[in-house]
Design a protein around this ligand. Structure first.
Ligand SMILES: C[S@@+](CC[C@H](N)C(=O)[O-])C[C@H]1O[C@@H](n2cnc3c(N)ncnc32)[C@H](O)[C@@H]1O
Length: 313
């Protein structure tokens, strides 16, 4: 089954090609036909471990580990356009004085919230993502800078010594809690850090057994004339282990020549909406609403994600 998605939008000219790999066809197809991309490496099957498949004669290459975002942090905002900002802005403004973001990353959401006057603490376990966030923050006005506090921390084990009106976890970051224990610990910490009646909001990628076991997609961003980054993602879903593994490649081209290739590997949980609802109830939260997307639509079987809005019981 082939599924090509093409998006052309915004100033960056995004193109996405996605293909279901369940039929065991590889990404050599990328280099054929009208979707030809200047990839120098083609294989008849997807890589099982990225490093093995890199051609060291081509360009500078770096192999990352465990989705630390060591290499991808600087590309995150380039590829990370999401449609959740208005949702979190509205929620934060309704919720009260302060908010905590878990897995704050590049402060993609935290900075816009602070621009609206919300005081935000953001924690993340990736020093690389926090570095990008801090670089962005220094460019903000003093009043925005004063409202954002970024800290290195683990969302499964944190103690901040303060409580919040809102805790939010955007961009399917809760999926980074890969075991049941991880998720329980994370929710336990959240419960402790929420004010009475405070809200917890987050989204997960909605899993269904109908989703392909393996797929890949490619996006390309023009950074400026003669400069382009191509991101290729290979995803494999192991429904027995409930783990989704990801190989991410970032290829930088200057004047059409591949000059850098970065690889990172990571694993995230496959979560089902109903089990997350049960877990929330068991962990001391009242599920106020579950949406199928950030437009607050009803969740459907084929909704891209599940968005949870809960309050502390
Ligand atoms: C998909 S990104 C989301 C970044 C940001 N929240 C956004 O919406 O753009 C996931 C983030 O979660 C962070 N992360 C993953 N596991 C974490 C953990 N156990 N504790 C804290 N942060 C974590 C990653 O470093 C990364 O910055």
């Amino acid at each position: 089954m082939t599924n090509f998605l093409t998006h052309e939008s915004g100033k960056h000219n995004i193109r996405i090609f996605e293909r279901d790999l369940s039929s065991s066809q590889g990404y050599s197809d990328l280099n054929s036909g009208k979707h030809k991309l200047p990839l120098t490496h083609a294989s008849s099957r997807p890589p099982t471990d990225g490093a093995k498949y890199l051609d060291s004669s081509v360009c500078k290459q770096s192999v990352g580990d465990d989705l630390t975002y060591r290499f991808s942090a600087r590309f995150y905002d380039l590829f990370g356009s999401k449609d959740d900002l208005e949702f979190y802005k509205e929620l934060a403004l309704q919720s009260g004085d302060n908010a905590l973001e878990l897995g704050v990353g590049t402060a993609r959401v935290a900075i816009p919230l602070a621009r609206e006057g919300v005081r935000v603490v953001g924690i993340d376990n990736s020093e690389y993502m926090l570095k990008v966030a801090r670089e962005k923050l220094v460019k903000e006005s003093e009043s925005v800078r004063d409202l954002v506090n970024l800290e290195r921390g683990d969302m499964k084990k944190f103690e901040l010594g303060q409580t919040f009106d809102l805790i939010y976890i955007p961009a399917s970051t809760f999926d980074h809690c890969v075991t049941d224990l991880d998720r329980k610990q994370c929710l336990g910490c959240i419960h402790k850090h929420l004010k009475g009646g405070g809200s917890l909001a987050f989204d997960i990628e909605q899993a269904t057994l109908e989703r392909p076991k393996a797929s890949w997609w490619v996006d390309r961003k023009e950074i400026k004339e003669d400069m382009m980054v191509v991101r290729t993602i290979f995803m494999r879903r192991d429904f027995d282990k409930r783990i989704c593994s990801l190989d991410l490649f970032f290829d930088s081209y200057y004047s059409g020549k591949l000059v850098e290739r970065y690889h990172e590997y990571g694993e995230v949980a496959i979560l089902f909406k109903d089990e997350v609802e049960d877990l929330l109830e068991q962990s001391g939260f009242k599920v106020e609403a579950v949406y199928g997307d950030f437009d607050k639509s009803e969740p459907q079987k084929d909704s891209p994600r599940a968005v949870f809005l809960t309050s502390k019981r």
